[in-house]
Write a protein that binds this ligand. Structure first.
Ligand SMILES: C[S@@+](CC[C@H](N)C(=O)[O-])C[C@H]1O[C@@H](n2cnc3c(N)ncnc32)[C@H](O)[C@@H]1O
Length: 258
């Protein structure tokens, strides 16, 4: 997995390595009972993790759905967005083209004509409540029982959090719910048992605590610590470290120095 991590490090995106490794494991354990679907590919970071997992397992196709025009927050940040060519280049460079099926379109439009069963879906497209809810409603019926749904950015986007709380944690159709950093994942079942429902509620309490602490740390870093004096201090420490690692010029060693 280290080589995949090195590979994706150069790819622009928001997925962190811990989340990437989770996607890899979820994709690797697919048994070939359906396709792998990704909603929101951007430049391919999560696609590469999922595809490598698939290649280490059942070689299921990874349907990478994205209009490649960015989400509203990206347009606000970067203006006009077009990521398809860079996505394709990154997929080729990672050597996973054989399992990736790109769909340059919106997820709900693709859902209308997508007739295959789905064994794993990773949802990372729109992040407002209505958008995530629409993705959930369009794709949940296609996921086989025993298949998995995973959602990114559940801790920092209230809309995503609300959807997973109401439609996953409190649902009778999921069990084995887990979370890693900002991803919540769960196995779909015909109907969960009473014991599984109790387990889901316990996980919900733990998850809400986790989401709160993630947001607290994020706010602390971005609102309070990311200011001029702290940045200057960090730069000073970095510079000191660099100077320490530069070898002394020839002949300048002190004789007898320890
Ligand atoms: C946060 S980025 C995805 C990041 C990506 N998963 C990664 O690991 O780098 C969200 C992506 O969702 C895409 N998107 C926005 N609306 C969408 C929709 N309705 N259906 C599918 N993708 C959508 C955007 O174009 C954007 O590339």
């Amino acid at each position: 997995m280290k080589s995949i991590q090195a590979e994706v490090e150069a790819v622009d995106g928001w997925l962190n390595p811990e989340e990437g490794r989770l996607l890899y494991r979820l994709a690797r354990r697919c048994k070939g009972r359906g396709a792998i679907v990704e909603i929101g590919s951007w430049k391919g970071k999560s696609t590469i993790w999922l595809s490598n997992g698939s290649l280490a397992g059942s070689h299921a196709k990874v349907h990478a759905i994205d209009p490649h025009t960015g989400s509203p927050e990206h347009s606000e940040m970067f203006g006009k967005v077009w990521t398809f060519e860079e996505f394709q280049r990154n997929i080729e460079q990672a050597g996973v083209t054989e399992v990736v099926v790109p769909h340059v379109d919106f997820s709900t439009a693709v859902a209308k004509t997508f007739s295959e069963s789905v064994e794993l879906i990773f949802v990372d497209g729109l992040h407002e409540y209505e958008g995530v809810r629409d993705d959930f409603e369009a794709w949940f019926p296609k996921v086989v029982n025993g298949g998995w749904m995973a959602f990114h950015d559940t801790t920092c986007w209230p809309g995503v959090l609300n959807v997973v709380v109401n439609s996953v944690f409190k649902s009778r159709r999921f069990r084995k719910i887990g979370f890693r950093r900002s991803i919540v994942y769960a196995e779909k079942v015909a109907e969960n048992t009473f014991v599984e429902r109790v387990g889901n509620r316990i996980m919900l309490a733990l998850f809400l605590l986790h989401a709160w602490s993630e947001r607290f740390v994020w706010r602390l870093v971005h609102n309070y610590l990311d200011c001029g004096p702290t940045r200057a201090f960090v730069a000073y420490i970095k510079r000191k470290r660099q100077l320490r690692s530069v070898p002394a010029p020839m002949g300048s060693e002190r004789v007898g120095a320890p």
